[in-house]
Design a protein. Structure first.
Lengths: 197, 103
């Protein structure tokens, strides 16, 4: 049976496996998506008569905690891939499981933050700041959920591939990791822009 | 294949070191945030630290330091277009040519 080409061996012209070029093209489009929203933030802030200091509305210690949680999940993600490259499937399961737990923790904390805002009657319609805050963090949270679905598949049913085609499975985990690190990278910029400035 | 892909085991310590650096930089940016700097200086400091953290994630976790050239060119093009996207809006905001100023 003919399978998808260049899943394990790099193409001669690009020097890359197809999936890696594919994920980087996708991430490039994601840079423009979030970039457009960051531009919207700058534009709104420049045009505003007054702009609140993020820390006067948002909870900085909670935001800091969530930043550390997401950075931690990035480390466990890359360690899960490194474990596969060392043929340690048990460790892969452990590290990817930790990655998913940390992403869930991030979402729970984010949900707690949202509900706190709602209880104070702060909605996206309340101000330009709240509108861009909910848009940026909401879109980011959707990316976390997307990553959880992919990682959940690779941890659970998708991991059967380890037995049949370990190299291809290792590449899949690397590709999922690239996406996950990008989600972490976006938060690294969102946190100071929204919470600290 | 990148060198990081071919020998990941030796990189575990590097990943943990990068994690430590990212955690420290997070604490630094929050501490500076509490120092009530003027807005301009606060923006420069916060975005500089964020860029450094972003560079660490991209270089080590995403293996850009050992990645193939096509990816680097793609990213360079993307970052160029991102800057155009941001600066066109800023230029448009400050461009008052043709507007009537009522005094």
């Amino acid at each position: 049976m003919e399978t998808i080409p260049y899943t394990v061996t790099p193409r001669e012209d690009t020097g890359l496996i197809n999936a890696k070029l594919g994920i980087w093209l996708f991430l490039a489009s994601e840079v423009m998506l979030f970039g457009g929203l960051f531009s919207a933030y700058i534009f709104l802030r420049l045009g505003a008569v007054s702009w609140p200091e993020g820390s006067s509305i948002l909870n900085v210690p909670i935001g800091t905690f969530n930043t550390l949680v997401l950075i931690g999940s990035s480390v466990t993600m890359v360690l899960s891939w490194a474990a596969l490259a060392e043929q340690r499937f048990d460790r892969f399961r452990l590290y990817l499981g930790l990655t998913m737990l940390l992403s869930l923790l991030f979402l729970v904390v984010k949900g707690f933050e949202y509900s706190e805002k709602f209880s104070h009657h702060l909605y996206p319609s309340s101000s330009s700041f709240m509108a861009i805050y909910f848009t940026l963090t909401g879109l980011h949270a959707l990316h976390i959920i997307g990553g959880l679905v992919v990682n959940g598949y690779l941890w659970g049913p998708g991991s059967k591939m380890w037995a049949s085609d370990p190299e291809r499975f290792t590449n899949r985990v690397e590709i999922a990791g690239l996406y996950w690190h990008f989600v972490d990278l976006v938060w690294i910029f969102l946190f100071p822009v929204l919470y600290l400035l | 294949m990148s060198s990081a892909s071919s020998d990941p085991g030796t990189h575990t310590r590097t990943y943990l070191t990068v994690f430590g650096a990212l955690a420290i930089l997070t604490v630094v940016t929050v501490t500076v945030g509490y120092m009530s700097l003027p807005v301009g200086a606060a923006i420069v400091v916060a975005l500089s630290i964020a860029s450094l953290k972003g560079a660490l994630v991209a270089s080590f976790f995403m293996h850009l330091i050992s990645e193939q050239k096509p990816i680097l060119w793609l990213l360079l093009l993307t970052l160029g277009l991102l800057l155009v996207l941001i600066f066109i809006l800023i230029i448009a905001f400050y461009d008052h040519a043709g507007t009537i100023i009522v005094t």
